[in-house]
Design a protein around this ligand. Structure first.
Ligand SMILES: [Zn+2]
Length: 354
């Protein structure tokens, strides 16, 4: 439903619209906003009757949805080809009396949702630390009974969503590096816990030793990298520059026949790695999945060394990357005729991406 350029609505003539696709996405984003703030209207009740409401959100309707509705639901939920999670990234809930806010799923604390923090068993040490983080955030929070709960569009907290601000967001390349990386976190074949981990990593919210030290949880004697390399453990060190963990990258590159990426920041590394294979969306999707698998293996290995004390070798870590990526792809692609043995030696050939 792109507008031909001659038929742009007049009110947007002054915007200097050049990129119609982004403009169209920004216009559709207005519907996502109305779904939050304009829920008394007839159109909302019609959609609620047709698709149903779950935790205060309209359901996406799956295949039953109209194409219009499916596109809007994808923008709301952060579909990759529509600019990633930009809409969700820039809304937050300003809680007043708390009566209209969902505790776990609305982004009301620190502009993020709490839904990642659900547990069914006893918490481990590093999880206790996350819980402490949560409690700190909650302890500084008070309800304000005289105000109703309100949604904020963070690019204009007074007036709410505007097509202009969304269009500028979608077309401004400078502000998009983190957003680019943030849009890559969510991958339909990667487990949610891995995406949540990457989400925390890109915001430097993982309980790395540097972060624990900064918050006074551990002392400066205890903030060294678990590999024994002698350096201080920050996210950048652990995932990129560590002489032990960082040397996993050449092995991964060799396995997937890609060139090495040299980046100063983790988010840049993610974007460059994903795009380094060039070509089609399928290739990018593959690279994205491998990057997430790689980081996940590094982080679980770091925790394994920290809490169990016994290290796995680099080759064992590489094996885990191969196993996880194989499982993730296999679990969601019933048509994929993957052969484990050929995946081991040449994944690109397996996916017909060479
Ligand atoms: Zn190290």
């Amino acid at each position: 439903m792109l507008f031909p350029s001659s038929k742009l609505p007049q009110e947007y003539g002054g915007l200097g619209v050049k990129q119609l696709r982004e403009f169209n996405v920004a216009l559709l984003g207005k519907w996502c906003w109305r779904m939050l703030v304009d829920r008394e209207r007839l159109w909302f009740r019609v959609l609620a009757a047709r698709y149903g409401v779950e935790r205060g959100r309209l359901r996406d309707g799956g295949r039953r949805g109209s194409s219009w509705w499916r596109v809007i639901a994808r923008i709301r939920d952060g579909g990759g080809e529509l600019g990633g999670g930009w809409f969700g990234e820039f809304i937050s809930k300003k809680v007043g009396d708390g009566s209209d806010t969902f505790f776990w799923t609305d982004p009301w604390v620190d502009e993020s949702t709490l839904s990642a923090w659900v547990w069914r068993r006893q918490l481990r040490v590093w999880e206790e630390e996350m819980l402490g983080e949560c409690q700190t955030l909650l302890s500084t929070f008070t309800l304000q009974a005289q105000y109703p709960d309100r949604w904020h569009w963070q690019l204009n907290t007074d007036r709410g969503y505007s097509v202009r601000s969304a269009y500028q967001l979608l077309t401004s390349q400078d502000s998009i590096t983190l957003d680019d990386a943030a849009g890559l976190i969510w991958h339909k074949q990667v487990p949610l816990k891995v995406s949540v981990f990457a989400w925390r990593l890109l915001r430097d919210r993982l309980p790395t030793k540097t972060n624990l030290f900064t918050r006074g949880i551990i002392s400066s004697e205890a903030h060294h990298c678990v590999s024994g390399c002698g350096a201080v453990e920050s996210a950048h060190h652990l995932f990129l520059s560590c002489s032990t963990f960082g040397s996993l990258w050449p092995h991964v590159s060799y396995w997937i026949s890609s060139s090495l990426v040299d980046s100063q920041a983790v988010s840049d590394h993610f974007v460059q790695f994903t795009y380094s294979a060039g070509g089609s969306r399928a290739r990018r999707s593959f690279m994205q999945l491998i990057w997430l698998a790689c980081l996940w293996v590094m982080w679980t290995e770091r925790n394994h060394r920290l809490f169990r004390g016994s290290p796995n070798s680099l080759h064992r870590m590489l094996d885990k990357i191969k196993i996880f990526s194989y499982r993730w792809l296999k679990a969601t692609s019933c048509t994929l005729t993957l052969n484990y043995h050929s995946w081991w030696s040449s994944p690109l050939l397996c996916l017909s991406l060479v």
